[in-house]
Design a protein around this ligand. Structure first.
Ligand code: GTP
Ligand code: MG
Length: 134
């Protein structure tokens, strides 16, 4: 079964929509495999977003994702990666349609509620990074 690593970001925890987000996944017949709350430290955040390390927005991205607690979730199901990404909507909340998670709850391109893995390769790397070997 395909797996996606999801991070419910600090703004979503603050807005008290953890349950709402989890419910949207479960309604699409996705399974919550693993779930934990944590405050991501700088080192882990940099590892997670290392593909962006040379971008001009990297520092604000790291500052934001480490600013408060997050919920880290492994979601599984058929086509889980694509399903999760389509429930989330595009990166910029302002461009995301209503009915998507970012369109309904996001603020902008940084404060965008949630992360979802973008490929099988990143999902397996990210699950290892946040939950260890298995
Ligand atoms: P994640 O699920 O968080 O990985 O978002 P994504 O897959 O939709 O986008 P991507 O992996 O390309 O970027 C990771 C994060 O960097 C995004 O969630 C944004 O917060 C931020 N980001 C990406 N592109 C831009 C940009 O052009 N400007 C700014 N300010 N932030 C960006
Ligand atoms: Mg991404």
């Amino acid at each position: 079964m395909e797996k996606s690593l999801v991070i419910i970001k600090p703004d979503a925890v603050g807005k008290k929509i953890i349950g709402e987000i989890i419910a949207r996944f479960e309604k699409e017949d996705l399974t919550i495999e693993k779930l934990k709350m944590a405050r991501i430290d700088r080192k882990l955040a940099c590892e997670h977003y290392c593909e962006h390390k040379d971008k001009n927005f990297f520092e604000s991205l790291i500052k934001y994702i480490t600013s408060d607690r997050v919920v880290i979730v492994v979601v599984s199901g058929e086509d889980a990666i694509k399903k999760v990404r389509s429930l989330i909507g595009p990166t910029d909340s302002k461009k995301a349609e209503k009915g998507t998670i970012r369109g309904d709850f996001g603020t902008d391109i940084t404060i965008n509620v949630i992360h979802g893995s973008d490929s099988v390769k990143s999902s397996s790397r990210e699950i290892k990074l946040f939950f260890g070997q298995n």
